[in-house]
Design a binder for this molecule. Structure first.
Ligand code: GUN
Length: 285
């Protein structure tokens, strides 16, 4: 079998058109969605991501506010800035680009962001609400994966889903979202014995380990849906995922490529969450 490619770039573009239309409708009611992004220090990759987020805001007609803070900023100063943004009625989403310098407590930072403006979906209140199936901001990459499957017409209820990786940002929450949609979910990680035994059972396999070409054809059941969350560089410096694309795409039924797979969905869902936050202020006041 040769896998059908799930084109994340195309699906993201379609979703962005829908979001832009809703932004325009909201603006006609007097509310322009606004996203504040805080960048601490000068990490090159973080700066690239932050620039893409600002650009996406502009394209969709939203306001964006970039706040740059130096590497050696004190924790209190960062928390004070977040509190100021919590009170700012023109800002509907607050995102602190991770990682942040080691001398700042990441949990404290995340918990200082108002859960009503936590468009990353990282606040424990949003995580708890997601787990219990209540209205919540869903974390952007996991949410993007669910939208990719929905748009591709892949049913989830009753499927065996295997998630390889257990990060707070991707692995753990994506498993929960699949469970919420009635899949049978297995988590695998670095201590899992006989990985293949589990991954071969997967109707849907999510690779989120951050190791180039970690998932090989031998890990995959014939016809499975393979979702590659990895963004790595191989020895030659070329962008690659966690899945050995060439061999796995000969065996899978569907596969997301890297780039143009899951990646474009992450910022799209961040835009969606910011729009949702802004729309919810209308109902609140
Ligand atoms: N760093 C890498 N991915 C993310 C993300 O989704 N949100 C934030 N805030 N920081 C990140």
């Amino acid at each position: 079998m040769t896998a059908q490619i799930i084109n994340g770039k195309e699906i993201a573009a379609k979703k962005r058109i829908e979001i832009a239309e809703k932004v325009a409708a909201l603006k006609s009611q007097g509310v322009t969605p606004g996203l504040a992004v805080i960048l601490v220090g000068n990490n090159h990759a973080s700066r690239t991501y932050v620039t893409s987020k600002e650009k996406a805001c502009q394209e969709l007609g939203m306001n964006s506010l970039l706040i740059e803070m130096s590497e050696d900023i004190q924790e209190e100063e960062l928390l004070a800035k977040i509190e100021e943004l919590n009170e700012d009625s023109t800002i509907h989403g607050i995102l602190v680009q991770l990682p942040i310098p080691k001398h700042i407590d990441e949990s404290k930072v995340i918990e200082t962001i108002s859960p009503l403006k936590d468009v990353d979906g990282f606040h424990p209140i949003n995580i708890g609400r997601m787990m219990t199936g209540q209205n919540a901001f869903l974390p952007c990459t996991p949410y993007g994966i669910m939208v990719l499957l929905e748009e591709t017409g892949i049913a989830i209820a009753g499927k065996n889903v295997v998630v390889v990786g257990r990060s707070n940002i991707v692995g753990k929450p994506v498993g929960q979202l699949f469970l919420n949609q009635h899949a049978t979910v297995t988590y695998c990680h670095s201590k899992t014995k006989d990985l293949k035994l589990h991954t071969k059972q997967a109707d849907i396999l999510v690779a989120a380990v951050g190791i180039p070409n970690f998932i090989k054809a031998e890990h995959v059941k014939e016809g499975a849906v393979v979702i590659d969350v990895g963004i790595n560089r191989n020895e030659a410096g070329k962008l690659c995922g966690d899945v050995a694309f060439d061999e796995v795409s000969e065996k899978a039924g569907y596969i997301t490529p890297v780039p143009k797979g899951v990646g474009p969905m992450t910022i799209t869902m961040l835009m969606y969450n910011t729009l949702k936050s802004a729309a919810e202020t209308i109902n609140r006041y």
